[in-house]
Design a protein around this ligand. Structure first.
Ligand code: ADP
Length: 452
């Protein structure tokens, strides 16, 4: 009430001053009492007018959303303006701080790799980050206040939301062909819900691939094992002639060899996947790789093919020799196995204009239909299963080659035409290719292997 007394005193003082002046003026006309009355009334009127004017200015300032400073009046209205303005500014600062904190909080949720979506008690969208919007095909701003079941209609999702049982997460299909989204709901507050989502497409694909892989490996190993078991029973139960016994042992040896090759390829793949990328300062001579592969290829071909090896005499590639050898051997091995007698197999090295190197294995063999090409590097993918197995294939060769190429920063290019042959190219980036001056040592080694 501290403001009331000065205000009353000021009003009383104004009226008293008006009365006094009125009385002095009225005295002159011998009507001092009337003069005092009129003076007091006039003073009250003026005081009321000034007060109303100040109140009006203050109201205007309030109406203008308290823009700028409050009117700087003396007295009551000045005090009211000052106090209101100070309170408003303090509140504004507090709101600014809180909204900066909220922005920071929302930014943090926005940065989350998972989707976050808030629903009110009526399952209307209150807020969602862009990851959740992407998972459910929503618009983060436009779809606010929309019932989520109007926008996400996947039956599994609607049933989950309506069940009210959120103990376990649920998988739902993403919008379009966007794969699978795993979502969990956590109720909070007064019927509100926090929805967390995660894209598990990749994880599911990996799980499926792992399951397929285990199934494939089991199948590949079980087949020779079944054959071996049969032979073992035969040898145990039947009296065999010496010729039959030799034949059975030979077949058993073939099956064992098949399992050994398979396990070898599996170990190679595991090693490729589990070890760091090959060093980029270990240089391997291309002609040396060719020489080593050539020896094995000639044994495999047994003179049935015309083979040519060219280029790479003065070139080195940076990487792991064992891996490069395994990749090239797989390609050459395939070329020989999938090329009928009388065909050609050519291995050549050349440099591309941009400095990248290309190691090509070309054959005139059976070729591969276009639709198979994108899947050839999948593990255990075969165009013709029985031909692959009959020639000792595991279905893992090209998968190994692709891994090796990628680990060396390169790639595997394939071209093929049924009945006309195939070309497989290992491309190495320029940074992993260099020229050297003296091919002498290597030449000798190639010639020696070629002559053997
Ligand atoms: P595999 O051990 O069966 O040869 P790969 O992974 O090396 O397995 O090759 C996958 C498939 O690609 C083979 O089964 C074969 O059908 C096909 N293929 C690979 N190389 C050639 C080639 N040079 N000519 C024709 N087909 C090939």
């Amino acid at each position: 009430m501290g403001w009331l007394i000065p205000r009353l005193l000021a009003a009383v003082a104004a009226v008293a001053a008006g009365a006094l002046i009125g009385m002095l003026v009225g005295n002159a006309s011998h009507w001092p009492a009337l003069g005092a009355l009129l003076g007091a009334a006039l003073a009250a009127l003026i005081y009321g007018f000034v007060d109303a004017w100040r109140a009006h200015r203050f109201m205007n300032w309030l109406r203008r959303q308290m823009e700028g400073s409050a009117p700087r009046d003396a007295g009551f209205w000045g005090e009211v303006g000052y106090r209101v303005e100070r309170t408003v500014r303090t509140l504004e600062r507090r709101v600014d701080t809180e909204s900066a904190r909220l922005d920071q909080f929302l930014d943090a949720i926005e940065a989350s790799p998972n989707g976050v979506l808030l629903l009110d008690a009526g399952d209307q969208i209150v807020w969602c980050n862009s990851v959740a919007a992407d998972h459910f095909g929503l618009h983060p701003q436009r779809d606010r206040q929309q019932p989520i079941t109007n926008l996400v209609r996947a039956p599994a999702f609607v049933a989950y939301l309506q069940s009210g049982d959120f103990a376990d997460p649920v998988s739902v299909a993403g919008p379009g062909s966007r794969g699978t989204v795993l979502l969990a709901v956590r109720p909070y507050g007064d019927g509100n819900k926090l929805m967390l989502s995660q894209d598990v497409t990749e994880r599911e694909r990996n799980d499926a691939m792992r399951r397929d892989f285990v199934a494939n490996v089991s199948h590949e190993i079980r087949t020779p094992l079944t054959v071996l078991t049969g032979f073992i029973e035969t040898m145990g139960n039947l009296p065999l002639t010496e010729v039959e016994r030799r034949r059975v042992l030979e077949l058993m040896s073939q099956q064992t060899q098949r399992m050994q090759t398979l396990v070898g390829d599996l170990l190679t793949l595991a090693q490729l996947e589990g070890s760091p990328r090959p060093a980029s300062d270990r240089w391997v001579a291309v002609h040396k790789l060719m020489a080593q592969v050539r020896a094995d290829a000639e044994v495999l071909s047994a003179g049935r093919h015309t083979m040519g090896f060219s280029g790479g005499d003065t070139t080195q590639v940076a990487g792991a020799e064992a891996e490069l050898l395994s990749a090239l051997a797989n390609l050459v091995n395939n070329a020989v196995r999938y090329t009928p007698s009388g065909g050609t197999v050519d291995v050549s090295w050349s440099l591309r204009p941009d400095g990248a190197g290309e190691l090509e294995v070309r054959d005139s063999g059976i070729g591969i239909a276009r639709e198979h090409l994108p899947r050839l590097t999948e593990r255990f993918y075969r165009v013709d299963g029985s031909r692959s197995r009959d020639t000792g294939g595991t279905g893992l060769g090209l998968s190994i080659v692709k891994h090796v190429a990628q680990r060396h920063g390169g790639e595997l290019e394939m071209r093929s035409e049924p009945g006309r042959g195939s070309s497989f190219k290992l491309i190495f980036p320029a940074a992993r290719v260099r020229q050297v001056d003296t091919p002498a040592d290597s030449r000798r080694s190639i010639d020696r292997v070629g002559a053997e």
